[in-house]
Write a protein that binds this ligand. Structure first.
Ligand code: PEP
Ligand code: MN
Length: 337
């Protein structure tokens, strides 16, 4: 439910309504807008709620939130959310770019690459230290040593560090080094992980599960939001379909769909979305044209010898060209990059 307060509602009236909502076993969330204050009543809805709240002083109207996800819904919050971590701002007019290798391999690698990426306009540095690999025999990441390498790259460049967390018990450790906690596609429905990331309060980049529907994706985001962490980015990274010309199928219609249903910013990952380095630049351009708030792109000095995901990884030179081309697309749709 959303309780829309009258424009002249007093703080005492808002407090009173919040307590009434708590009395129904729901969590009140006061959202102060530019014109009006609204109070969201979050939780399983009870009979008699509208009848109890509507006549209260200061109330203009009580509306249901139709979507199953409440805090993520644009019905609750019309203004778009901007998630910020250092110079990385996702959700504003400027399209943000997060770039870096699939896995952090060495300090020399990540520091040298970060310098090149920053020079071309990236504001976020990606790199996996804890890697979710399909095979247990594949490289699993340098773990805490990898986090230290990322921290060294940040000390050198100021780029915001985006790195994956795979287990709730690692949230504290990874939060010491990272600016943004990435939740991978394979963990989108790991509810304890979502709650732990919610409790950390750290900006979160939530990847869409490869077989998740839009409602399941938004309900996963709801788990983080419901723990009081509003800093959630939704990342479309492609889904499994019958198609096999690409690693996954990258459905860009999810960008405007998510932006209509939710106030959360939407990031597109054309690297995992296609699995092919040649397709990364065209899909970055398409993602910007479709309204993406940010891109996350895998870049490596020597993709052929990358420890993971080389086939979908581009070189710094290709990244420089991509940025120049994407800037023109961004301008064409009245955005910056
Ligand atoms: C990654 O970003 O390297 C990654 C493993 O992504 P995803 O969870 O989308 O597969
Ligand atoms: Mn990868």
């Amino acid at each position: 439910m959303i309780v829309v307060m009258k424009t002249d509602a007093t703080p005492a009236q808002i407090d009173h309504l919040s307590r009434e909502i708590e009395g129904f076993g729901l969590k009140p969330q006061v959202i102060v807008g530019t014109h009006q204050t609204v109070i969201a009543a979050i939780g399983e809805e009870r009979a008699g709620l509208v009848e109890a709240l509507e006549p209260a002083e200061g109330v203009e109207k009580v509306l249901p939130i139709m979507a199953p996800y409440k805090r993520a819904s644009s019905e609750l919050k019309r203004e778009r959310t901007v998630v910020k971590a250092r110079d990385l701002a996702v959700g504003g007019n400027r399209v943000a770019v997060i770039a870096g290798p699939c896995s952090v391999e060495s300090e020399e690698q990540i520091v040298a690459l970060a310098i090149k990426l920053k020079a071309k306009g990236a504001t976020g540095l990606r790199g996996g230290a804890f890697k979710p690999r399909t095979s247990p025999y594949s490289f699993q990441g340098h773990k805490e040593d990898g986090l230290k390498m990322l921290a060294a790259a940040r000390a050198e460049t100021g780029l915001a560090i985006v790195t994956e967390v795979m287990a709730p018990e690692h949230v504290e450790l990874i939060s010491k080094y990272a600016d943004v906690l990435q939740i991978g596609a394979r963990n989108m429905q790991n509810y304890q992980l979502l709650q732990a990331v919610g409790d950390s309060g750290k900006p979160a980049l939530l990847k869409r599960g490869m077989s998740a529907t839009m409602d399941e994706f938004l309900l996963a985001a709801e788990y983080i939001l419901d723990r009081g962490n509003p800093n959630v980015m939704l990342c479309e990274r492609g889904i499994r379909t019958f198609e096999d010309h690409t690693r996954f199928t990258l459905p860009l219609a999810s960008v405007p769909y998510l932006q209509d249903k939710s106030h959360l910013p939407v990031v597109v990952d054309p690297s995992h979305g296609t699995g092919k380095s040649k397709l990364v630049e065209p899909m970055c351009k398409a993602a910007i044209a479709a309204g993406a708030d940010a891109l996350i792109i895998e870049v490596h000095d020597d993709p052929e010898h990358a420890m993971s995901d080389g086939a979908q990884t581009i070189t710094p030179a290709a990244f420089a060209t991509l940025m120049a081309k994407c800037r023109r697309v961004a301008e064409a749709v009245d955005r910056g990059l």
